[in-house]
Design a protein around this ligand. Structure first.
Ligand SMILES: [Zn+2]
Ligand SMILES: [Zn+2]
Length: 437
């Protein structure tokens, strides 16, 4: 081949790539991923039904973890078990060097008694906080586990074509550890889940009733709220209900604090920057109609989407409660417990990977989703590693998502068409990232 021919061929190649925009935008594994998804779908459905029928609460995912670890080992994947109690971390080294990408699935179920009429519905019961409860995969984590097991199998089979490393993170206790225990993403990180090797990016997904199956919702930047708990103890002085001037009434002070807290969100923080929520969910005090008690407790939740605003709101809650109490001659002790940080999708990574989502699901099926005031502990992983976390609609066609039972409902049901889509989403996100697409 002479020089002229070489040049014209390469120019022609570039022209084709630019015209189609597709050849350049996907990894060389894309066609293989589609084919292997079709082959593995039956197995993934079976795994999902098996896990669904045998749900386990947070930090108790023993059977699920064994299923995962045995599967990964059978594929020749390096496996660490017992990470954050029951977590499993697998590492698959591709034949060629390249970046490291992590894929995360949560494994725990909820203390909910299943009411869905399925042949593989859960009949499991257990003890939770001293109560006998049903156990159900009411958040759909059974799907996440099965999807990631399928993705592990297809990548293990494509190991020789793989450039870089895939880390599989099967996480326990996303919904929170049982009282008195630690667990979840935070503990996995403390126990080295993001080391040896350290991922360059992390991807995850959640099935959700917010859209029909086939739909993907994503969001750049803040996605899910930070969730914090507060406890305010108002101290007054007990007296007769008919002689209030002889004591200090903590019920009246607590009532003013409830209203004062609402003005933080509505009057004090810039609502155009990000929304925020302060909810008092519990008020407790008093024992009898004609006794003014000496103490009232207020307990509630705070939801924010920005680290700075979160700290600012904590300070204002403290100030508001104490100043109102002081005005009434009472005293307020304010305790704020940081629970989960805000989940942030890395903007650069999100921008880079959205073409993968649209290619996999179709442009019309991918849209920017709303901010969610719920919280997720994937936030801990995404604080350490740039991440992209997406939602997959789980509602069957023909049913309006808003009329469909939400995640955590005893009636929450997933259309299993989400399984092959989830496999293609995670596998293509990983492959496109590893091949620099
Ligand atoms: Zn949940
Ligand atoms: Zn969940």
């Amino acid at each position: 081949m002479n020089n002229f021919t070489k040049i014209s061929v390469s120019v022609f190649g570039v022209a084709i790539a630019v015209m189609t925009g597709i050849a350049e935008a996907q990894s060389p594994l894309a066609a293989d991923i589609d084919q292997r998804t079709a082959q593995l779908e039956g197995k993934v459905v079976e795994w999902r039904r098996d896990i669904h029928q045998h749900p386990e609460l947070g930090n108790r995912e023993v059977r699920t973890a064994k299923l995962v670890a045995d599967h990964l080992r059978s594929l020749g994947i390096e496996v660490k078990t017992g990470v954050a109690h029951t977590g499993v971390v697998g590492v698959l080294w591709g034949a060629r060097p390249g970046p490291v990408v992590a894929l995360r699935a949560d494994m725990d179920a909820l203390p909910v008694t299943e009411q869905v009429n399925l042949p593989f519905a859960s009949k499991v019961t257990t003890q939770y906080n001293g109560q006998e409860v049903g156990v159900m995969h009411a958040c759909g984590h059974d799907n996440h586990v099965a999807i990631l097991m399928g993705v592990a199998e297809m990548f293990a089979e494509m190991k020789n074509q793989l450039q870089g490393t895939v880390k599989f993170i099967f996480q326990p206790a996303e919904e929170g550890a049982p009282a008195g225990e630690d667990g979840g993403a935070k503990l996995m990180i403390q126990q080295g889940a993001l080391q040896d090797p350290a991922p360059d990016a992390i991807f995850g997904l959640h099935v959700m009733s917010l859209a029909n199956v086939g739909q993907i919702r994503y969001r750049s930047g803040s996605l899910l709220a930070a969730s914090d708990r507060f406890l305010i103890t108002v101290k007054g002085t007990q007296t007769h209900g008919a002689r209030p001037w002889q004591g200090i009434d903590p019920i009246v002070v607590a009532s003013q604090i409830v209203l004062g807290l609402q003005t933080i969100v509505s009057r004090q923080v810039d609502v155009t920057q990000a929304p925020s929520i302060i909810t008092v969910g519990r008020i407790q005090g008093g024992i009898r109609n004609n006794i003014i008690p000496d103490e009232v407790q207020l307990e509630g939740t705070i939801r924010t989407f920005d680290d700075g605003m979160q700290t600012d709101i904590h300070r204002r809650i403290q100030l508001t409660a104490q100043a109102i109490a002081q005005g009434g001659g009472a005293d307020a002790k304010v305790e704020i417990f940081r629970d989960l940080p805000v989940t942030v999708n890395d903007p650069a990574l999100t921008e880079r990977m959205v073409p993968t989502l649209t290619r996999v699901a179709g442009t019309n099926n991918v849209a920017v989703g709303p901010l969610q005031t719920i919280a997720e502990d994937v936030s801990y992983f995404q604080k350490v590693v740039p991440g992209l976390y997406v939602f997959l609609g789980s509602v069957s066609p023909g049913i309006a998502p808003e009329a469909s039972p939400a995640n955590h409902s005893p009636l929450y049901a997933v259309d299993e068409a989400v399984l092959p889509l989830g496999m293609r989403v995670l596998a293509n996100l990983a492959a496109d990232y590893l091949f620099g697409k």
